[in-house]
Write a protein that binds this ligand. Structure first.
Ligand code: ADP
Ligand code: ZN
Ligand code: ZN
Length: 683
């Protein structure tokens, strides 16, 4: 044995690959000072090089030392990732059943996880020197916190250790002010402290970012979301990692931002579905934020007007401290406090081109008074399907088990799931009939109806189609703020966070699809959306109305909504979940398979289930493994999809089975793609 060899040491390194948690590499004395836990490094892998992260150091390797290759380079131009960060990503990997590296590497900005070139040190310095993005100087309204706001702020800043809070406050009750003051006091108390503020969507960040920059002029505020250019994101991440940024505001991916002095976490609109990742490792940023606060022993506040039933149940059980803001600020306690909700029964008032008579009247009256209206319809396009009345032909997507939607501006049929686009046929492809008909309502058709109804009004539409161009959404929203728009029609995108001053009428069209959904979370989501949309009315104290056009006017959900009684609604929902043994009372995971045929997908899941019952009978005995079934969207982009629901009364039981069972499934090379989702939100 040569002397050089005896001086070798070993490191465990994680890389972005499924399967093995960590790989062994060696390094010699020349690298010894630079290879530390948390340091990123370049390692040979197969024939290529990869960036990995050192997670352990050892004197003896765990495998045959002759098979071990040396670390190529330690990337210590940037300080190592902290133990806390490694713990957080490791927890995430274990909880969501993926390899550590599959969580940790993708959590870094591209510049920190790609193999660097020769001028790496320069590029890092350039990132450090990048000027923070400019922002429009905005006026900072100086407000005096109300008594309920003050007590919420106090609760947060005096909390010590891990202290989860649920801030339950109606829309317009001033939750943002609570967040900002709690952050301000935390940063004042400790000159190095950092704060993390999570928001569900990017289109909320510019507003909030400039508010934060205005409120914290001396502190470095950075935004992190997936719409940033690579260099911008890397610069923001580095500023946070090096403690120069004191406040990070970002979407779900920001939950993994390296923040060595993180001292308070805020999750705004904590109930919002975008906190759950839709691909790759399906983590919940809300849940991980709570875990992160627990690991760090710092306070966290989850805020919402309609908390998720998960968080509500935690508060009811006393595990989260409940803070309440029951009144809208600045509106006194008069009738303007709450817009009146009226149900328009579509069976009694049949809609004409999508709008029933009472709604048309209300829109006309509002326009006559010089006030603004919002019309909310959760369906983009002109008509959800085109049909031939002669033979019954329907505009199916050729690749998915769904309809292609009619888009009028360019006369196309488009699948909203796979992106398939084709011109609308001139005649029925089956029988040649030339009278094809668009059935049902989308935002484009309602826009057309509104223009015909109110020819003098300025009508604008906001949905994913109208906002494809960069900044289109914020321009349109600015026009509404400036009072240049009389009627705004749109999807979900208009429901959120925008503080329109002159809106006195909110119209909700056709929420019926969600009421009839088989997903047990549909009512919870609908209630949240409707509360949020109706919260857009009467912000400035104008007497306001919310009109809901539905065929199910007697549904109990509407009664609770009319009373603005989330607590009662949540209680009733929780009782139902309890009776039916569903989350958050029980714990679920979803095994999904994608194959060329439905049979193959189902067969894979059946085999997987049999395997659990046969090989892991003891662990599986605590678990309910349901029959594999086709997913609700059975075919997507030419692929058949099936799912197997797994449920347990205790989380630990669920994870005990998942750990051993999925490891066994991974060992056998499957001929199809499968995935596991822990705590699925959609079934
Ligand atoms: P929420 O996030 O709960 O929906 P916001 O934080 O957006 O509510 O507050 C609604 C409006 O009330 C904002 O325009 C905000 O500037 C204003 N506001 C908040 N707190 C106060 C206060 N204490 N005094 C006066 N205005 C306030
Ligand atoms: Zn036909
Ligand atoms: Zn499709």
């Amino acid at each position: 044995m040569s002397t050089a060899e005896t001086e070798l040491r070993y490191a465990q390194v994680i890389v972005d690959l499924p399967g093995s948690p960590a790989f062994d590499y060696s390094f010699d004395t020349t690298l010894a000072a630079r290879v530390q836990i948390g340091v990123r490094c370049v390692v040979p892998f197969g024939r290529a090089s990869r960036v990995g992260i050192v997670v352990a150091l050892e004197d003896e390797p765990s495998i045959d030392r002759h098979k071990i290759k040396p670390i190529t380079r330690a990337l210590d131009e940037v300080a190592p990732l902290s133990d806390h960060w490694l713990q957080l990503t490791r927890f995430t990997a274990e909880y969501y059943q993926h390899a550590w590296g599959e969580v940790a590497l993708p959590a870094l900005p591209r510049a920190m996880r790609s193999v660097p070139g020769a001028r790496y040190a320069q590029s890092i310095s350039r990132l450090r020197e990048r000027a923070p993005p400019r922002w429009v100087e905005s006026e900072v309204p100086h407000v005096q916190p109300t008594v309920p706001q003050l007590s919420a702020i106090n609760a947060l800043v005096t909390a010590s250790g891990f202290a989860p809070h649920l801030l339950f406050g109606v829309t317009g009750s001033g939750k943002t002010e609570v967040y900002l003051r709690a952050i301000a006091r935390t940063l004042e108390a400790n000159a190095a402290a950092q704060a993390l503020l999570l928001v569900p969507e990017i289109n909320l960040t510019p507003q909030l970012e400039s508010l934060l920059r205005a409120r914290f002029p001396g502190d470095h505020v950075v935004a992190l979301h997936s719409n940033l250019a690579d260099a911008e994101r890397a610069a923001a991440w580095l500023a946070a990692h090096e403690g120069r940024a004191r406040i990070v505001v970002g979407t779900r991916l920001a939950v993994f931002c390296s923040l060595p002095r993180l001292s308070i976490i805020v999750v705004d609109e904590e109930h919002d579905p975008p906190y759950k990742a839709g691909e790759g490792v399906r983590y919940s940023a809300r849940d991980l934020a709570v875990k992160r606060a627990q690991l760090l022993e710092v306070p966290i506040v989850l805020g919402s007007a309609t908390p998720s039933l998960e968080s509500w149940a935690q508060a009811r059980a006393g595990r989260y401290r409940l803070l309440q803001l029951t009144e809208r600020v600045g509106l006194g306690s008069g009738p303007q406090q709450r817009p009146a909700l009226e149900l328009i029964d579509a069976r009694i008032h049949p809609p004409q081109n999508g709008l029933s008579a009472p709604i048309a009247q209300a829109l006309a009256d509002t326009f006559d008074r010089g006030e603004q209206s919002l019309v909310f319809l959760n369906r983009r396009g002109f008509a959800p399907v085109v049909t031939c009345e002669a033979c019954g032909w329907l505009s199916n997507c050729p690749h998915c088990s769904t309809f292609a939607v009619f888009h009028k501006p360019d006369r196309t049929l488009r699948c909203h799931h796979c992106g398939y686009t084709a011109p609308v046929p001139r005649a029925c492809p089956t029988c040649g009939n030339q009278q094809l008909k668009g059935v049902g309502q989308g935002t484009q058709r309602i826009e057309e109806t509104l223009r015909a109804l109110l020819p003098l009004a300025k009508v604008a539409r906001i949905d994913r189609d109208s906002t494809r161009q960069r900044h289109a959404a914020s321009k349109a929203l600015d026009a509404v703020h400036a009072g240049e728009v009389d009627v705004l029609v749109g999807t979900q995108m208009i429901a959120k966070g925008h503080d329109f001053q002159r809106v006195s009428l909110v119209v909700v069209l056709n929420p019926d699809g969600q009421l009839a959904s088989h997903d047990f979370r549909a009512p919870e989501r609908l209630f949240a959306t409707l509360m949020q949309v109706s919260g857009r009315a009467g912000r400035a104290g104008l007497p306001s109305r919310v009109l809901v056009q539905t065929r199910f006017a007697s549904h109990p959900l509407f009664a609770a909504l009319a009373r603005h009684d989330y607590a009662q609604f949540a209680q009733a929902q929780l009782a139902e979940r309890e009776a039916a043994r569903m989350p958050p009372i029980t714990y679920q995971a979803l095994l999904t398979a994608e194959a060329r045929t439905m049979d193959a997908a189902l067969q894979f899941l059946r085999n997987a289930r049999d395997r659990a019952l046969a090989d892991f009978a003891e662990a599986a005995s605590h678990i309910r493994l349901f029959d594999p079934v086709p997913m609700s969207l059975q075919r997507l982009a030419g692929v058949s999809r099936a799912q197997l629901l797994i449920e347990a009364d205790q989380r630990a039981q669920l994870h005990a089975l998942l750990g051993i069972w999925l490891a066994a499934l991974r060992e056998k090379r499957a001929s199809l793609r499968w995935n596991i989702e822990v705590d699925p939100l959609e079934l």
